[in-house]
Write a protein of this length. Structure first.
Length: 208
């Protein structure tokens, strides 16, 4: 039987004796994964813009807990979970430089996935999706197809692994294929792994 102490909470230990675990066990494993040396090093290298006075939590801590809440909604931590107002303030203080850092973090994560994959063929799916918004959000627009206001982002995913490789946030009134050429060219020029001998791009976007 092996036993490990939870990095985020030394009062919690995980043992593997072959017995079934409860549904909360996934939260513990997620915490251990995010606190593993390789993964934590990725997040700690994100250089968020420092634009707050005397913050209680670093931006990377806020981002991690927000990510965990989205995935599992709750996690075993010694300290109290960060409140929703604090998370909202974190989101409102994100700058364009911070978003670029998160894009770079995603590229590094994708690269790690590629390194551990034996796939020499890369199949990229390019498509747009739509998100309705409420309230006064930045750069939203009315979409005549969905007949509401929101965002119309462009997304590139790996069809073989489901990994999201790149996202471009766009106003809701942006036509589905606008900017697709530059989006793809920018990705292909900076983010490809040398192991991919064959690259297939799939998409059904109209460009105007």
């Amino acid at each position: 039987m092996t036993q490990k102490v939870l990095p985020s909470n030394p009062l919690v230990a995980v043992s593997d004796n072959g017995a079934p675990i409860t549904s909360d066990g996934g939260n513990v494993l997620l915490s251990m994964f995010l606190n593993s040396p390789v993964v934590s090093r990725l997040f700690n290298n994100v250089e968020f813009n420092v634009n707050r006075k005397n913050p209680r939590y670093a931006k990377v801590e806020l981002f991690l807990q927000m990510l965990i809440q989205v995935i599992e909604h709750r996690l075993v931590y010694v300290q109290n979970m960060i409140s929703q107002p604090t998370i909202s303030r974190f989101l409102s203080h994100l700058t364009n430089e911070d978003i670029d850092e998160l894009q770079e973090l995603n590229r590094r994560i994708v690269f790690l996935i590629d390194e551990r994959s034996a796939n020499t063929e890369l199949v990229l799916d390019l498509d747009s999706t739509y998100f309705e918004t409420f309230g006064h959000q930045e750069k939203i627009g009315f979409n005549y197809h969905y007949l509401n206001v929101g965002y119309h982002p462009l997304i590139m995913t790996d069809a073989l692994t489901g990994t999201v490789h790149q996202v471009s946030l766009r106003s809701g009134n942006t036509y589905t294929g606008n900017g697709a050429t530059e989006f793809v060219q920018g990705y292909l020029s900076t983010s490809l792994s040398a192991q991919h001998q064959t690259i297939i791009l799939r998409g059904d976007l109209d460009v105007r």
